[in-house]
Design a protein around this ligand. Structure first.
Ligand code: ADP
Ligand code: MG
Length: 315
């Protein structure tokens, strides 16, 4: 039977770090990435796509900041929703075109996704995820006075930080499943999804936070009972002793080994750590499931076990 694969696209699949990222550049990058995804689909894999939104939501926040005297600013959750639409649109169009080149007429659609977080998540007491523009000391002070949490970011200026709570539930999971059953390629949980809280009456409400897209991807893959989670980023492997003379790229490892490396602090917070954690969570969610971390160019080789870092229980 064909395997279901959740593909989590990193920032690099949408906007190359070496470019300013105007529309033409981002579209060209998305087209390249979707050519690779279309090849997987043409081979018969059932693909579900999720993606990051850091640079795009950062740009939206910067635009708001620049125009705040003319246009009312929107909260983080609305900006996250905007970025899901913007990126989902580019992926939908580029993937549809790439599939047509393979003579495939599968529908592609984006589901604007909310992801439940818990109000008692410890992350809310400790905002840690830097977002949006850099500010001067005085601008930072003014933001603080408005109630935002502002930190000094590695000597580069002052920046707003928001909580990064754990994803608990994909609110739109049923509609995502229904679309997949109708053979649609679904783009969902973009940017980790829009974080929402649920009150005692079951009412949802957006919250100023950012959910890690790889952790949300692991939850999505688990809830969809996918066979694989394919995390595509800008390095070929997760490594130990990263950027040290004795760096060692990781091939196939068990979830237990991965946890040991996590405890040793081998993976940087906010970049490789959530990817390895997402891989572990998914690989442990049911027998036979594997997670892979690699570059988009190596996607197929990774699925064959010939490239990238693979987290899977020993069989
Ligand atoms: P994405 O935008 O694709 O989600 P990130 O930039 O957040 O990816 O994370 C990927 C980056 O993690 C790599 O470019 C690499 O510099 C960094 N990194 C940190 N620790 C490690 C490690 N132990 N092994 C490999 N890469 C690591
Ligand atoms: Mg990145």
């Amino acid at each position: 039977m064909a395997e279901t694969i959740v593909v989590a696209l990193g920032g690099n699949a949408i906007k190359s770090a070496s470019e300013a990222g105007n529309y033409g550049q981002q579209l060209a990058r998305v087209q390249e990435s979707m050519a690779a995804v279309a090849r997987l689909i043409a081979l018969g894999y059932h693909v579900v796509i999720t993606h990051g939104n850091g640079p795009q939501v950062g740009d939206i926040l910067l635009q708001q900041e620049a125009a705040k005297e003319q246009v009312p600013s929107m909260p983080m959750d609305v900006c996250g929703a905007e970025s899901q639409g913007q990126i989902g649109y580019m992926i939908q169009q580029a993937l549809g075109n790439a599939l047509r080149r393979h003579r495939l007429t599968r529908p592609v659609c984006t589901v604007l996704t909310q992801v439940l977080v818990y109000a008692d998540d410890p992350a809310f007491a400790n905002p840690s995820k830097p977002i949006g523009p850099f500010y001067s000391a005085s601008q930072g002070e003014a933001m603080r006075a408005k109630g935002y949490t502002i930190i000094e970011d590695a000597g580069r200026g002052y920046r707003r930080v928001v909580p990064s709570p754990q994803p608990r539930e994909i609110i739109e999971i049923k509609v995502i499943r229904a679309l997949i059953q109708r053979s649609a390629i679904v783009v969902c949980s973009g940017g980790g999804g829009v974080p929402v809280l649920r009150d005692e009456d079951g009412q949802l409400c957006g919250v100023e936070a950012v959910i890690d897209k790889d952790l949300a991807g692991a939850l999505l893959a688990t809830q969809l009972e996918a066979d694989r989670l394919l995390i595509l980023t800008d390095v070929a492997n997760a490594a130990i002793n990263f950027r040290q003379p004795d760096q060692q790229d990781l091939g196939r490892i068990s979830p237990a080994e991965a946890r040991q490396y996590i405890e040793q602090g081998q993976f940087a917070k906010g970049s490789m750590l959530p990817k390895v954690l997402a891989a572990v969570r998914f690989a442990e969610s049911a027998p036979g499931r594997s997670a892979h971390i690699t570059r988009i160019e190596n996607a197929l080789a990774a699925l064959k076990g010939e490239a990238g870092t693979m987290v899977a229980a020993e069989t």
